[in-house]
Design a binder for this molecule. Sequence first.
Ligand code: 13P
Length: 246
Amino acid sequence: MRKKVIAGNWKMNKLASECGEFLNSILTEINTDDKDVIICPTYVSLPSVINITKGTNVKTGAQNAHYETSGAYTGEVSCEMLKDIGCEYVIIGHSERRKYFAETDETVSLKVKKAYETGLVPIMCIGESLEEREEGKAFDVLSAQITNALRPLDIDEKLIVAYEPIWAIGTGKTATDEQAQEACAFVRKTLNTLFGDVSEKIRVLYGGSVNAKNISSLMQMPDIDGALVGGASLKTEFIQLVNYDK
Ligand code: 13P
């Protein structure tokens, strides 16, 4: 039985000075007994979020990391630096990073490798555009993203993969339960082809306009092991989302 994961990707939102009040309003309300709950704030808010969530079951993650340990990479933060401050997870290859910051399957691969070496849990994001879906190429895209990034690596059950169709991100247009299940099952099948039985233990999340209303039915799907949530993780709606009806 794979433990569910609900991860909030705050993207470039919330001031460090706003984190305390927001987290204090949700921390006592969310039920973390049967699932992993992860908050991914901006780099500058990470120390504050780590501090506030200390002693709770809520974990923290970064939204990106560099694949080198240190050096002349102005503006970047390494996995070692994240580990050093007590961060446990890192989102890698989000479609916004691929689109605006020219990340490729190759850099995603280097970053996942580095996260593993450092002891951070990578949450690797993949997903097709609307055009690719309409042309019937969605699964080819997913297969290539997974294979290019992960084939060179030695991965294990700690890996988390987030299927986030680009057309569903921030649009209010959630994939149907069946579309999300079909894609997450395909992700698992692809992982199985590459790595064998460990694919049964790897958590595959769905992301894209997940909210308090649609979470329950998505979580009933056999291959969806959790959600990567953007907009709804910034609001107290996140409480209902984490405590979804089973
Ligand atoms: P939304 O939940 O705002 O659609 O964002 C999804 C996402 O990109 C999470 O990483």
